[in-house]
Design a protein around this ligand. Sequence first.
Ligand SMILES: NC(=O)c1ccc[n+]([C@@H]2O[C@H](COP(=O)([O-])OP(=O)(O)OC[C@H]3O[C@@H](n4cnc5c(N)ncnc54)[C@H](OP(=O)(O)O)[C@@H]3O)[C@@H](O)[C@H]2O)c1
Length: 245
Amino acid sequence: MKVLIAGGRGRVGSKVADLLESNQVEVVAGGLADGVDYIAGTRVAEVLDGVDTIINVLNTGRFDEEGAVSFFEESTRTLTAEGERAGVKHHVLLSIVGVGEGDASEIGYYLGKVAQERALKEGSLPFTIVRSTQFQGYIPVLADQHAVEDKVLAPRDLIQPVELDEVVALLAEIALAGAPRGEVEIAGPERFHMDDLLRATLAASGDAREVVTVDGEGKIDAMVPRGEYRAGKTLYPLRGIPLAG
Ligand SMILES: NC(=O)c1ccc[n+]([C@@H]2O[C@H](COP(=O)([O-])OP(=O)(O)OC[C@H]3O[C@@H](n4cnc5c(N)ncnc54)[C@H](OP(=O)(O)O)[C@@H]3O)[C@@H](O)[C@H]2O)c1
């Protein structure tokens, strides 16, 4: 089996590459550092030669709607169209639980992920969308994203962070199995309220910023799975945070 990891030198992609290689899979890392550009179309056909499965873990630093939508839409369309020409049988995409819903529905980056999922579904390649909740290691970044001056403004929304290695294992398992599964979700074993989680996480790292609970505008359960999902086993590294059900 030959797998192209689009974004194979990134945070998620490099771990997926290691895991697949340890399972004797031939892996091609396709990212900017490899001279591959899915927006400009550079070297895409070349790296897809002989590939059975694409794992799409591309990312952009553009968080505004225009930038995120155009990046995720164009890169996914290019991969799908070139993948079809190359005879690819399965396109596995990493997305996020709840994008396009609740308080997250208007966030530019999440609208980019919605556009990415749509582009995948509109294409002709058999696919699996793996929707993950926030990675546990990403929670401090989430706090920064909610910062306004010297405070962090957090809604009581539900959040169920997952350990990255468990997402990596699921991506590898789905690629190895070879059978497209449509849409699959994964979340961690514990559900918190976002304000409680950010408050505890900042306190544990000695960050003195006050976390202020604010009213959210959307459904509080938009960012956690509401149907069947793979439950990770790794607990959040801090104990004593009140669980939310
Ligand atoms: N953070 C979370 O909690 C979370 C939760 C669920 C899902 N996700 C999703 O996880 C995915 C992967 O995130 P990550 O943190 O691993 O991202 P990352 O470390 O920023 O890696 C992104 C990769 O994309 C490549 N890339 C960017 N633009 C490109 C282009 N035009 N052409 C070719 N390659 C390009 C980069 O190549 P170079 O390395 O060569 O620059 C890099 O390898 C994202 O789609 C994100 O939405 C994240």
